[in-house]
Design a protein around this ligand. Structure first.
Ligand code: SF4
Ligand code: SF4
Length: 337
């Protein structure tokens, strides 16, 4: 059964296919800035969202969301060359043609088993050149399972997440799959928000997390490297014309650097979503498997609530890629139900 249909029937929810779905991508220049804690808290506050874990290389949102998996699927990220030794003539052409040095032989004409061409599965990029040019048609391109993806239920609502296999690539494609599925589920259930926990950095999975999103929130810390990393992510979101807001986490550890980072952001047309203080309650909440707003304690949860409220009131983007900077819209961006 189609996983989306299955989920819908489980909950007997109405079909709201016309409901517009907004996507908020929470990003950071590096790991450990509190990005995932923010996403989980937003999910607890939103009550109308689908969670999408875009950090497929090092997924950890499940540690806070405690998902119950209702569907799991293999992720076919691409193809891989496979040689049929019974057809191979040992000409060695494939080894010469492979630009990724994924094929190794003992040289043309050697037909002993050990000398037939072999393919290094970790090096093969699935380009298909060897299969195309093999004069004996001895090479086939076969689908390769690079990981798994899941549809789950959490106490905050549905969640789509994934796990990329060790040393596997195509994380961007997997993130796109996670996002698309999350958006479909949101439409099926009449939920209007997808909360994306993006990968840290500016690589392929981050691009897949943010392109076409309605809004990006960059979480950073008040350090020189936090400023530098934030600049790189902000350049990325500006490049893709995604309206971007900033949240400085642990701001009170270095107030002057927090000021500097916020000034930089304002000069470039970014919005300020607020500051979150340093507190050991963040670690304690993680240990207990709770979001910060569920755990509460010493004002930290209040800071995050304020960031969420600020995000809700940011200007509403149009569908898809939006003008940069975003247009004013007093109606706000993230709505309640
Ligand atoms: S090109 Fe084809 S026939 Fe030649 S060595 Fe490679 S697999 Fe064998
Ligand atoms: S598919 Fe491309 S990368 Fe893989 S072995 Fe063939 S030529 Fe090399």
């Amino acid at each position: 059964m189609n996983p989306l249909v299955q989920i819908r029937s489980e909950h007997n929810t109405p079909d709201h296919r016309t409901q517009p779905v907004k996507e908020l991508a929470v990003l950071s220049g590096k790991g450990g800035t509190g990005k995932t804690s923010l996403v989980a808290s937003f999910a607890a506050l939103a009550a109308n969202s689908v969670l999408a874990d875009g950090d497929v290389d090092a997924a950890d949102l499940h540690l806070l969301a405690a998902p119950r998996i209702v569907r799991r699927e293999p992720f076919i990220g691409g193809n891989q060359a496979v040689i049929d030794p019974s057809l191979c003539t040992g000409c060695g052409l494939c080894e010469d043609l492979c630009r990724f040095e994924a094929i190794y032989t003992n040289g043309p004409g050697d037909l002993s088993w050990a000398a037939l061409p072999h393919i290094d599965p970790l090096a093969c990029e699935g380009c298909g050149v060897c299969a195309w040019f093999c004069p004996a048609a001895a090479i086939q391109m076969e689908p390769m399972v690079n990981g798994e993806w899941f549809i789950s239920e959490t106490r905050f609502g549905p969640m789509v997440h994934a796990r990329l296999g060790a040393a596997q690539e195509n994380s961007g494609k997997l993130v796109s799959l996670v996002r698309t599925t999350a958006k479909q589920i949101a439409m099926e259930r009449g939920l209007d928000l997808v909360l994306i926990d993006g990968s840290p950095g500016v690589g392929c999975p981050v691009i897949a997390s943010v392109t076409g999103a309605g809004m990006a929130l960059i979480a950073t810390e008040p350090t020189p490297s936090g400023l530098h990393d934030m600049e790189r992510v902000a350049e990325l979101t500006a490049h893709f014309h995604v309206p971007t807001a900033l949240c400085v986490n642990k701001w009170d550890l270095n107030p002057s650097m927090s000021d500097l980072i916020e000034s930089w952001a304002l000069e470039r047309g970014m919005s300020l979503a607020g500051r979150v203080r340093y507190s050991r309650a963040a670690s304690r909440a993680q240990i207990e498997g709770k979001t910060i707003v569920e755990y509460a304690g010493d004002g930290l949860a209040e800071d995050i609530r304020r960031v969420w409220e600020a995000l809700r009131l940011l200007p509403a983007p149009t569908e898809g890629n939006v003008p940069w900077p975003p247009r004013e819209n007093p109606a706000g961006w993230v709505s309640d139900h």
